[in-house]
Write a protein that binds this ligand. Sequence first.
Ligand SMILES: Nc1nc2c(c(=O)[nH]1)N[C@H]1C(S)=C(S)[C@@H](COP(=O)(O)OP(=O)(O)OC[C@H]3O[C@@H](n4cnc5c(=O)[nH]c(N)nc54)[C@H](O)[C@@H]3O)O[C@H]1N2
Ligand SMILES: Nc1nc2c(c(=O)[nH]1)N[C@H]1C(S)=C(S)[C@@H](COP(=O)(O)OP(=O)(O)OC[C@H]3O[C@@H](n4cnc5c(=O)[nH]c(N)nc54)[C@H](O)[C@@H]3O)O[C@H]1N2
Ligand code: SF4
Ligand SMILES: [Mo]
Length: 810
Amino acid sequence: MLDTSMTLNRRTFVKATGALGALAAAGGVASSALFSGGAEPAFADGEEHIVWSHCHVNCGGACVLQCHVKDGELAYVESDNAGDASFGGVQARACLRGRSIRPWLGSADRLNYPMKRAQGTKRGDGQYERISWDEALDTIASEFTRIKEKYGNEAIFIQECSGVEQNIMMNNPFFRLFNLLGGEVTRYGSYSSASISFGAYPYVYGKSWGNRSFKTLQDDQLVVMFGFAPNDMRMAGDGPGYDLNVAREKKRVRIINIDPRRTETCTNLGAEWIPIVPGTDAALVAGLAHELIESNLVDLEFLHTYVTGFDEDTMPEDAKGKNASYYDYVMGTGYDKVEKTPAWASSITRIPEERIKRLAREIGEAKPCFICQGLGMQRHANGDNASRAVMALALMVGQVGKPGTTSGGTIGNGGIGLDSLPTGTNPVKTKIPQYLWPEAIRDGAKLTREHDGVQNADALKVGIKMLVNYGNNMMANQNGDINFTTDILRDESLCEFIVQYDVAWTDSCNWADIVLPDLTPQETYSLTAAGETNDVAGIRFGQPLYEPKFERREVYEVCGELARRLGVYDEYSAGGMTREDWCRKLYDELREDAGADYDLPTYDEGVAMGAFTYDIEPSAKVDPFIEDPVANPLKTATGKAQIFSPEIAEMAKTWKLDESEKNAITPIPTYVPGPDSAEDVTDEYPFQILDYHCKGTTHSTYAHNPVLNKITPFQAWINPIDAERMGIADLDRVRLTSAQGSMITQARVTNRVIPGVIVHPQGAWHRAPAEGDRTDEGSCTNTLTSRQRNPISKGTGQHSVIGMIEKVEG
Ligand SMILES: Nc1nc2c(c(=O)[nH]1)N[C@H]1C(S)=C(S)[C@@H](COP(=O)(O)OP(=O)(O)OC[C@H]3O[C@@H](n4cnc5c(=O)[nH]c(N)nc54)[C@H](O)[C@@H]3O)O[C@H]1N2
Ligand SMILES: Nc1nc2c(c(=O)[nH]1)N[C@H]1C(S)=C(S)[C@@H](COP(=O)(O)OP(=O)(O)OC[C@H]3O[C@@H](n4cnc5c(=O)[nH]c(N)nc54)[C@H](O)[C@@H]3O)O[C@H]1N2
Ligand code: SF4
Ligand SMILES: [Mo]
């Protein structure tokens, strides 16, 4: 549903005059552009015309691409230059990745034909033969039936699908198909945000709560960001990175960025950088809390009204008298009797004691104060606690639930409520944590509720025997510890059948039995909602730029072909609907929901326009829980926001944990140094190696685009002090090694990273032999990462590992 506070910002529609006329008058768009799109007649050879499409990958944006097409090829790309271009106006302008989409579409790595693994070769050998679509589809249908009959539907798994995020086809056609055939085991907790979503929000706020976008920022206020890099990873023209630019320019907000590396928010926006040792944010928060308490800057009235567990007075009855509050933990009367002074926090975070004290005062005195976190911080060991700790900080100063604040969690709001292709009902209720799919292949029925977070069942019945990877590069790129994972995949007695369905031949294709070639979103019909977390609502109506090339086919149709073979075509296709029919239907439903007040364009008008974007006014309301916490309790055990969680206290008693997770399920967000923390470095592995989401790729998508590689090369940042000690010069070829594996990359000597830490972008394409030494020449950081998972969420907890950097000759 649309927000009633929405204001029409650009590409507006005037009811009386009709959409197209109004647009042409207001937007200054060439009228030829308005009438381009799928319904167009064929163009004469040599005639250039514009087709509207959009970039949509998993970056949170959905930027408009105005594609100039000539002779059935994309000639060049412009972005969203149709609307109000004044500073502060919303344009969904593409970033460097979207703008350089042409070499990606025409890349030599594109998949063109269905392929099967060559007879007599093993997964990972990389030997494939071209086959017909019929053979590919017959094989998939018969393997599905065989595996379902032999092991049951719980042996079938559809992987996360972030390559086609936000589109109405996101993930769905395979779910829709398999759900008609008995279903599949599903997953919870994404790679992105498992710890914050499943290890933090539920226990602090009951669910994701209180998030507001940067548009809520007030004049001259303070923004404190823990590991959040919106100018690297929210780069859409209508996205949060842009919103922050506007707030800084127009509202003069001051930004503090706490991060082991100096992000683009510091370089571009003049944010102050407070460098921190990876994985130590919970210690910093404890040190800040100490100073806030000592300086009388905690908002006790707020805490006593809205929060459980800050001090003895606010502990649940059955937890009283045990010195188990956060106050006890911080002041040295808690379970470990260690006082969490700023000096203590400084020794762990390596932030100077004085700066911690000053930061506490700055945070304590700023009203409002926008305290938020990115997602990088929670993908470390004990990221569950780190994430909760930052929320606790926002609660201690009462800076939640009102304009100018967020929850201490992520930032939020946005979306127009566009539904995706309906998937039907999955008869299988069992779920596994997304991150543990390799373990679910290897260990199957050994995975339990209390040890591995299996949901809706005490344990799995069977391991994953059929794996469908659509729109992801999980097998040999994006999943923690590639060598571990591919060892499991190589053994065909474990997972018996693997499909990889992509647009490009990534290393994951080398581990599949059947590889299918997809159309990109720009090569087919695409209906996508505008970006997330940023108080905009919009729709992109993508039309195919040209006829499908080679034998590439889009997923909805392909699943339809499978449905025919499996006898469920009529139900699957709802009586023969095409992908374009679904775009129309889902859009019409949205339009009807929106009602007369909003006067959304018709589908055909939308196609002619290519896209529209509304600016949503940020809510000026105080959250109902803050207005009246008794009448509007949160969905936590105590109805309040919780620094102490009774739910986690219970888990700590019952859950069975691995050695590496021990002592880490704590009802208050304590600092627990995880494996591979700064405290674990050795002579062999003296560094923490950390990866991040860089502006030159969206994960591994676009990571093989040579244009982007030139602008943002894959490099290991190393501090000059470390570089000198290690005998490494700028641009040297270097080897990074961890206990899990070894990769080659290039060094970048820079003071944008603190000593003791190496940072490297994630997403580069893995390129290593399947056996032997397995050194990765592609510089994919998951060669180094581990299988460390977080204790509560069972989400990924390994994005920093201890390791070594060495110069290599050549
Ligand atoms: N070490 C480390 N690992 C990480 C992360 C990290 O920070 N560090 N981040 C994690 C996070 S947050 C995420 S979300 C995951 C993302 O990991 P993935 O979900 O694997 O995302 P991508 O790497 O973008 O892979 C998407 C794949 O989809 C393909 N693709 C793109 N467009 C299309 C299309 O239209 N159709 C089809 N069929 N395929 C398409 C691309 O070619 C690419 O192979 O990675 C996680 N892995
Ligand atoms: N350009 C680009 N944009 C993207 C993506 C992409 O691949 N490329 N991926 C998209 C996706 S799927 C997701 S989930 C989001 C991911 O967004 P995030 O998870 O927020 O991105 P990261 O770069 O992993 O981490 C954000 C920042 O946290 C810092 N950091 C890491 N560890 C710590 C720590 O322990 N403490 C502190 N304080 N900071 C730390 C990193 O250095 C980085 O600057 O981005 C989305 N946007
Ligand atoms: S990668 Fe994201 S921000 Fe960049 S153009 Fe594409 S959708 Fe926009
Ligand atoms: Mo993600």
